[in-house]
Structures are given as C-alpha cells and as structure tokens.
Ligand binder design. Structure first.
Ligand code: NAP
Length: 244
C-alpha cells in the first residue's frame, strides 16, 4: 500500500509529536495504564524513584514516564536549573529500571509548562484504552484546583499525590472537595519522601555527601557540572577538602 504525501507528512508529524514516549495501547481489548511522573526534579532523588516504583506496583501501571517540567508554572520567580541538566539527571537516575523512562516531552516545549497542555497532548497521542495517571507530590496536588484549566485536567487523567507518612492531607482534600471538580486522586504514603530536592541542594552547598539519597550517577553529574554550588573536588562527600 502506497501512502500519499499528506499521509507521509502526518506519520512524520506523529513521530515527532510522540518523541521519546513509549508505545502503548496496541491491543484494543486491553486497558493500559501510563504513569506520568511530573516534577521539577532539581535534582531527582531516591524519594521520587521509590514513589514512582510504589505507584507502579500499587496502581498496576504499565510504565512510568518521568517528565521534568520545562519552565515550571509556579516557579517563574525562582531559580531553577536548566531543563537540560534536570532531564540528564532524570535519565541517569531512571536508566536501570526497565519500567521507567525519562522523557523530554515538557523540557523541549517552549514557554511555561502547564500540566493541562501536557495531558491534552498525551490524550491526543494515546488511544482511549490507555489511561493516564499523573503522579506528583501531595503538596502540589493541594494546589491543583488553581492550575490552568483545572476542570479540563480532571477529565483527562487520574492523579496520584505522593507524600511522606504523617503528612496532613486535609488541605489537599478540602481544596478539591470545595472546588466541586471531579478529580480522581489516590494518595500514596512513601517513607522515602522524607528526602527532598531542597535538602539535597543544601547538602551539596555544604559539601556533604549525597550517597544513598540519590543514585551515584546523579551525584557525579552534579559535581561534574558544578550544580548547586558544588565543586568538582569533594565528589560525593566533604572528603579531604572538608578536613579542619
Ligand atoms: P513543587 O511545588 O516543587 O513540589 C511540591 C512538593 O511535592 C515538594 O515537596 C516536592 O518535593 C514534591 N514533589 C514534586 N514532584 C514530585 C513527584 N513527582 N513525586 C513526589 N514528590 C514530588 O512542585 P513542582 O515540581 O513545581 O510541580 C510538580 C508537578 O506539577 C510538575 O509536573 C509541574 O509541571 C506540575 N504543576 C503544574 C502547574 C500548572 O499546570 N499550572 C502548576 C504547578 C505544578 P521535591 O522538591 O523533593 O520534588
């Protein structure tokens, strides 16, 4: 069967749009579940990795795509590392897990990153038998009703709010209930989320070790590229540099 020029152009446009996203939905009689791990990941850490693994297991996901935000919507007044660095660290951190993927989908999109745009585009790419699960921190979920096109988002995906044990979910639950929007949210308690990106950045600034807090490849990247005030010396620990 020969394709017309228009059809070839359409296939090419679809390939470009899909980029590095996984292929899912091939078997029409089956439902697939795609996890989208949304975050700034500045830097990614073991708390994020454990949360995604827990979501994968508990919710029966087929795969989890880590999607570093390009220009995060609520961080226009804050300093955020370059998308390229955050993507590279995410790629390194996820590379040894067969059901994790890192995607440039948001990093490559110009302008401010709105989750509604991401979900809209994903919904257009995947057939109806692929369900979307947007996974992020429960703190972020608490603000979801104020995100752009919140009502639209509620119909495009299910949401997963990951948080450390003991975290008070009242704010998130009441904001969503008050909004009257039909958000479908699952909350996951993840002990490893005692770790946070700001804690890691602070440790790097102080020349302290990141071992067991994030994969060593991420620590290596941080020091190689001198992120968060890191020096190339003192890699992974204060080492001789920190001696009095
Ligand atoms: P944030 O406010 O920096 O994070 C809030 C809390 O959630 C922090 O404790 C953070 O810890 C944690 N967290 C963030 N992502 C997580 C994840 N995937 N798994 C577990 N914990 C996570 O949130 P953000 O990074 O800016 O945004 C989170 C996601 O929501 C992104 O995909 C972003 O694009 C989206 N978002 C969209 C809009 C919008 O469309 N208007 C607005 C805000 C956020 P760490 O700092 O350790 O990660």
């Amino acid at each position: 069967m020969e394709l017309s020029l228009d059809e070839i152009e359409q296939v090419a446009a679809d390939v470009v749009e899909r980029g590095d996203l996984p292929t899912l939905g091939q078997e029409p009689s089956r439902t697939y579940r795609l996890g989208i791990m949304g975050g700034t990941f500045d830097p990614i850490h073991n708390g994020h990795l454990v949360a995604a693994e827990q979501a994968f297991d508990d919710l029966g996901l087929d795969t989890v795509v880590f999607m570093p935000a390009g220009r995060p919507a609520f961080k226009q007044d804050k300093q955020v590392s370059a998308g390229e660095d955050r993507y590279a660290m995410t790629l390194l951190a996820t590379s040894d897990n067969p059901h994790f993927l890192a995607s440039r989908f948001e990093v490559d999109r110009p302008g401010i990153t709105y989750t509604a745009d991401t979900l809209e585009r994903l919904r257009a790419i995947y057939p109806e038998n692929v369900e979307l699960y947007f996974i992020t921190g429960a703190d972020a979920i608490a603000d979801i009703v104020s995100w752009r096109e919140a009502g639209r988002m509620a119909s495009l995906a299910r949401f997963v709010g990951a948080t450390r044990p003991g975290y008070d979910l009242a704010r998130a639950k009441s904001a969503i209930a008050k909004s009257g929007l039909p958000f479908d949210v699952t909350y996951l308690e993840v002990p490893a989320l005692a770790i946070s990106s700001s804690y890691l950045r602070e440790r790097v600034r102080r020349g302290q070790s990141l071992r067991y807090l994030t994969p060593d490849a991420v620590t290596g990247y941080i020091h190689k590229h001198k992120l968060y005030g890191a020096s190339q010396l003192g890699y992974g620990s204060k080492g001789a540099e920190g001696r009095e």
